[in-house]
Ligand binder design. Structure first.
Ligand code: AMP
Length: 290
């Protein structure tokens, strides 16, 4: 296996990508904020099979964080990440600084209007503008043929797909299923913030997904009833405070009143100071589709 190449400058990454393209290589990009776990590694392993050169970016994007949201305390460990990426065969680790990405005078943003508004967009109206802007920049710098995104961040996946379509980017967007701990907790870099008691409360999101599956398969289709039931289940766990529990159309993210076909159940819950996300697409028979 060849050694991983660490690139920190935009200019170097851009010319490297240009050289890959000239050699006819198919470039795959996995954008991340680092502090890798098995979810990230699964996206990378999938990426190995989708092209010739696998680029992973690590950039904790200040545009995605609110005022008090812990941009500075977001977990970081480049040495550990580099080793983990090398072990799965990543070719290039692109780790630009904020100054490289947003030099003085920066003032251009991408807004994916409707898909950015519901769910996480309600408590974080700045979030998807930050995501779309940084991902478009990464696409322009890394010039990938394929971009891989986790369905754990389902709304982000839809926002990126929409941006690619609307702006005619010639990039295939691949969604990767959510990777979970053995007990069902969706993996996240932010899980390190959870104490053991909080971690058990964070499991309430997965328990809620399983409860929804059970209720829907036993014939409960009314979203108001489902939501009430899931809310009660989650709040029976200590330290929890619900941001949202929503059943929405998996393509438009518009609310539905009844589960008549594939429906996205999206959950965001504060557990102590951490905000935990999870989701599943469930059909009217109670089958989990993703
Ligand atoms: P992050 O570093 O949290 O921004 O995540 C980088 C990429 O990995 C995003 O596309 C996420 O959706 C994806 N990701 C994070 N956690 C998971 C997980 N548990 N399963 C699948 N994909 C994930």
């Amino acid at each position: 296996m060849s050694e991983i190449r660490l690139v920190q400058s935009v200019k170097e990454m851009s010319s490297l990508a240009e050289a890959f393209r000239k050699e006819g290589k198919r470039i795959v990009l996995v954008p991340t904020m680092g502090y890798f776990h098995q979810g990230h590694l699964a996206l990378m392993k999938a990426g190995k099979n989708l092209g010739d050169k696998l680029v992973v970016s690590i950039f904790v994007n200040p545009l995605q964080f609110g005022m008090k949201e812990g941009f500075y305390r977001y977990p970081r460990d480049l040495e550990r990440d580099q080793k983990m990426a090398e072990d799965v065969g990543v070719d290039v680790l692109f780790v630009p600084s904020s100054e490289e990405m947003y030099p003085q005078g920066f003032q251009t943003y991408v807004e994916v209007e409707k898909l950015s508004k519901p769910l996480c967009g309600i408590s974080r109206p700045w979030l998807f503008r930050g995501v779309a802007t940084v991902v478009l920049k990464l696409f322009n710098i890394v010039k990938p043929h394929v971009g891989i995104f986790g369905l754990k961040d389902y709304q982000q996946f839809l926002v990126i797909k929409r941006m690619v379509k609307d702006l005619n980017l010639d990039i295939e967007i691949v969604g990767h299923p959510t990777v979970r701990e053995p007990d069902g907790l969706a993996m996240s870099s932010r899980n390190v913030y959870l104490s053991p008691e909080e971690r058990d409360s964070a499991l309430s999101l997965y328990r809620a997904i399983l409860r929804a599956k059970e209720l829907i398969s036993s014939g409960v289709k009314d979203v108001a009833i489902l939501k009430e039931n899931l809310e009660e289940l989650i709040l029976s766990h200590p330290y929890t405070r619900i941001d949202y529990i929503e059943f929405v159309d998996p393509e438009t993210l518009e609310s539905v009143k009844e589960v008549k076909g594939p429906t996205l159940l999206a959950l965001a819950v504060y557990v102590g100071l951490a905000r935990v996300l999870d989701n599943a697409v469930i059909n009217e028979r109670g089958e989990i589709l993703s």
